[in-house]
Ligand binder design. Structure first.
Ligand SMILES: NC(=O)c1ccc[n+]([C@@H]2O[C@H](COP(=O)([O-])OP(=O)(O)OC[C@H]3O[C@@H](n4cnc5c(N)ncnc54)[C@H](OP(=O)(O)O)[C@@H]3O)[C@@H](O)[C@H]2O)c1
Length: 325
């Protein structure tokens, strides 16, 4: 029988267990996929810890790439042997084999490996909507602030921004991460464990501050990030790596300059099939053109997913990480 990582109670990485699972045949509209690479994402830790509650016991993981092994009734777009990837839909990607809705899958083009696909579907499509599809997006010549610039989403963001002519001030926790972010197109780095990022943003921009802040760190950075925004600027709070922001008094937004705030999620931007397919095509085309380079910075055996999550939460990882079945 195939194996999967599952958890029966919420908690630390130790709750993740390597278990045998029954998979069976795909039903109507579904594919059975033999996974070749699984994406590690911060949201997986929120599911495991209970920050984002879900019914238990449960599988875990939202992103994988692999080969179609069997096709359910009514599926016309995919056939056995196709190389596919996905980043949303029913949870449980930390598995050797998975049944997944065909409408949530895209074909992986020639020239893109399974590992690359598993590195970029969730994090790259997140960057696609952050930089191209929010209600307000940066334009060429703008300078924006991005927290955790050397992370999985961060390194793709820095490269995509550079390709669009957008300058990025990226915050990171160490000198090594600062170099990595700069090597990936980040214009200015701020080591926020040593420097005050509000003061540095004011200094770098000559007092003008930035029109958009992208903040996946959450609790530790949200309030100070508001002080980095120009009047009528946009705060994009898209994650909780340091903990959730929690209830916030909206009058703060008027006091700090008639600011806007959005709290988006990828799932809201790829819910429709045509949105998913178009966004994935845009991402794959940029990677195939060499404008964005994607490769795993860390790989773990799938059965060692607990250690991978431990390293992610301890800020030991950089860029994207894959789990190998
Ligand atoms: N809303 C969406 O659609 C969406 C989609 C994908 C990801 N996200 C969010 O985007 C963020 C980045 O995701 P990712 O998978 O690419 O992770 P990641 O950036 O590779 O890892 C998280 C990084 O956050 C920084 N960080 C700051 N304070 C931290 C703390 N207290 N504990 C742990 N890390 C801390 C660390 O970088 P430094 O060491 O440089 O501080 C760490 O490496 C996460 O918040 C995730 O939930 C949101």
């Amino acid at each position: 029988m195939p194996h999967a990582i599952r958890f029966h109670k919420t908690g630390g990485p130790e709750v993740l267990q390597w278990e045998e699972v029954k998979v069976g045949d795909p039903g109507r509209g579904e594919l059975r996929i033999a996974h070749k690479a699984v994406g590690l994402n911060y949201i997986d830790t929120y599911h495991r810890s209970g920050l984002y509650p879900m019914p238990l016991p449960s599988g875990i993981g939202l992103e994988a790439a692999g080969v179609v092994e069997a096709v359910g009734e009514g599926v016309t777009e995919f056939k056995v042997g196709d190389r596919v990837a996905y980043c949303n839909g029913p949870i449980g990607a930390y598995s050797e084999v998975k049944i997944h809705p065909a409408e949530r899958c895209v074909k992986v083009p020639e020239g893109i490996s399974f590992e690359q696909a598993a590195c970029m579907m969730l994090q790259g499509l997140t960057v696609q909507y952050l930089i191209r599809r929010l209600h307000v997006v940066p334009k060429s010549g703008d300078t924006v602030l991005f927290h955790a610039a050397a992370g999985g989403v961060g390194l793709i963001f820095c490269q995509w921004a550079k390709a669009l002519g957008i300058q990025v001030i990226g915050t990171v926790s160490s000198e090594e991460k600062a170099k990595l972010a700069r090597d990936n197109g980040c214009t200015h780095t701020v080591i926020y464990t040593k420097e005050d990022f509000v003061a540095r943003v004011a200094e770098i921009t000559g007092g003008k501050k930035v029109p958009i802040v992208y903040d996946g760190v959450g609790k530790d950075t949200f309030m100070k990030s508001l002080d980095c925004l120009q009047g009528r600027g946009l705060m994009v709070s898209f994650g909780n790596a340091s903990g959730p922001v929690g209830p916030t008094d909206l009058t703060i937004l008027s006091a700090k300059g008639s600011l806007y705030v959005t709290r988006p999620t990828l799932m809201g931007y790829v819910a429709k099939r045509d949105e998913l397919v178009a966004a994935a095509k845009e991402l794959f085309d940029l990677v195939l053109a060499g404008k964005i380079k994607v490769a795993p910075h860390q790989s773990y055996a799938l059965k060692d997913a607990a250690q991978a999550q431990r390293d992610l939460e301890s800020r030991k990882t950089t860029g994207s990480t894959v789990l190998l079945p």
